[in-house]
Write a protein that binds this ligand. Structure first.
Ligand code: HEM
Length: 468
């Protein structure tokens, strides 16, 4: 194991070009398209720190060493902006917002939005989350023990419902929800575009692009409508507290003010932010829960320990926000699950000026990939990286870990703004499932990761429902 505290010992005065893979003209495009996770793992095992990959006409610098991750996300972060190719696609759909912007615009939005995601605010969503989980479990209770359940779909539904209700008090999973339908379809479109790097851009009128644009147009008016309706309601009845209705994210956003001007965000900008919160906020948490339930089914000793903790802290009652800090083993289980299967499996940047990563030269305007999945499985930084061992996250062991060998929520100032929301949601939902059920993988099912926009389970997660 490499010592995390030691800085690179290589001479930093003369630049080297990193090792490269992929030959002109297409490079490793086909291998990437087949399985990007396998490609990054293969490259990490061979090159350890950094490799330059040819994707068609250009190179991407794929970074495995946590020191370089730290350099990019924290130490020299001003030299890195969002990746043009990936970001461009999100920007076309959601516009300029916290996720897609850079520089002063991003900073102003981040400062404005941060308080709405503060721990104290998230506290207010606890009951909403447990209500959503209770509704899901009430449906499970109707099935006979031993019934088959598509757990990945159940998790998608419960997290979409939670995020819709928390954001704008709307159930996006209702049959009539056109937004829910469009999210599912759009996710498939994004995945196609990100895995088919040579696919025609959105402005080319292919059937797939036209269908995607039609879907977007069909719901384009919904978020502005929701904001307008809320403003009317507030004008008629006063704010949520006065009217006695639960405070949601729209209420919070309507009340925030920019530091510099003291003004509120305009409705259009609010719409752009809400779109990205829906997009970023449900599939990630849903996959984290599915992977955790899969891992528990494969590790009965971990499952038993978790059940014992949940039973001891909660007995039969519904968990509250205060209970979360009393469930330290659950936190370790979730953290280890996000190490093995990070929902955001890679993030990317673009260098602004030329730079240096250890001994290696990084040109200006270079595409940089931080493959979170591969770094989380790096045997120079993790002992037995493939083993599911929640005790790695025991405070004494975690303290010895390189800070950037583990970054499921990114790092530095652009760290995920929704991380507390996501972890809260994951704890509460998992606690309620573990309290009542054991889920077992259906016989004959082989589980493999499927790296789409988020890290899904290939073929889904069919499980057998066993009441405890
Ligand atoms: C397990 C669940 C989640 C995971 C693994 C996750 C992961 C991430 C990661 C890795 C980033 C950094 C991206 C980068 O640096 O390029 C990020 C950013 C972001 N996430 Fe999350 N996320 C989760 C849940 C959420 C939720 C629930 C929300 C909102 C409701 C959210 C909203 C955002 C936004 C807006 C950003 C951009 C922040 C910025 O650039 O300032 N995420 N997320």
């Amino acid at each position: 194991m490499r010592s995390p505290a030691i800085k690179p010992s290589w001479p930093v005065s003369h630049h080297q070009t990193p090792p490269s893979i992929g030959k002109f003209p297409l490079g490793i495009l086909a291998e990437y398209q087949r399985d990007p996770l396998k490609l990054y793992m293969r490259a990490m095992l061979e090159y350890r720190d950094l490799v330059r990959m040819r994707f068609g006409p250009s190179y991407s610098y794929v970074v495995f060493h946590p020191d370089y991750v730290q350099h990019i996300l924290v130490d020299n972060r001003k030299n890195f902006q969002r990746n043009k190719l990936r970001n461009g696609l999100f920007k076309v759909v959601t516009g300029e917002n916290l996720f897609t912007s850079d520089g002063d615009f991003w900073l102003r939005q981040r400062r404005l939005l941060q308080p709405a995601f503060h721990r104290q605010r998230i506290f207010g969503f606890g009951q909403l989350i447990t209500n959503c989980a209770a509704q899901m479990l009430a449906a499970w209770d109707q099935y006979p023990s031993g019934a088959r359940l598509d757990v990945d779909q159940e998790m998608m539904r419960v997290t979409l419902r939670t995020v819709g209700l928390a954001l704008f008090s709307t159930d996006l999973t209702a049959n009539s929800s056109e937004i829910g339908h469009v999210i599912t379809k759009s996710s498939a479109y994004f995945t196609y575009r990100l895995t088919h790097l040579l696919a025609p851009p959105l402005w080319v009128p292919t059937p797939r692009n036209r269908e995607f644009k039609r879907l977007q147009a069909s719901v384009g008016h919904r978020v502005p409508e929701l904001i307008a309706t809320r403003k009317r309601l507030i004008a008629e009845q006063g704010d949520a507290e006065n009217a006695g209705r639960p405070v949601d994210m729209i209420d919070l956003l309507l009340n925030t003010r920019y530091e510099d001007t003291g003004e509120a965000m305009d409705d259009e900008q609010m719409g752009r932010e809400i779109r990205i919160f829906i997009g970023a906020g449900h599939e990630t948490t849903s996959n984290t829960l599915s992977w955790t339930l899969y891992l528990l089914s494969q590790h009965p000793e971990v499952e038993a320990k978790l059940q014992a903790e949940v039973d001891q802290v909660l007995a039969q009652r519904t968990p509250t926000m205060e209970d979360i800090s009393q469930l330290p083993y659950m936190r370790k289980v979730l953290e280890e699950s996000m190490r093995l299967y990070p929902a955001a499996w890679a993030i990317s940047r673009q260098s602004i000026n030329e730079d240096q990563l250890g001994p290696y030269y990084l040109p200006a305007d270079a595409s940089v990939i931080l493959p979170i999945y591969a770094v989380h499985h790096h045997s120079d930084f993790w002992e037995n990286p493939e083993q599911f061992d929640p005790e790695r996250f025991a405070p004494e062991r975690a303290a010895q870990q390189h800070r950037f060998a583990y970054f499921p929520f990114g790092g530095g100032p652009r760290q995920c703004i929704g991380n507390t929301f996501a972890m809260t949601e994951a704890h509460l939902i998992l606690a309620m499932i573990v309290q009542r059920y054991k889920l077992r993988l259906q016989p004959g099912i082989k589980i493999e990761p499927m790296p789409l926009i988020t890290l899904r389970i290939k073929g889904g997660l069919p499980m057998t429902l066993e009441r405890r």
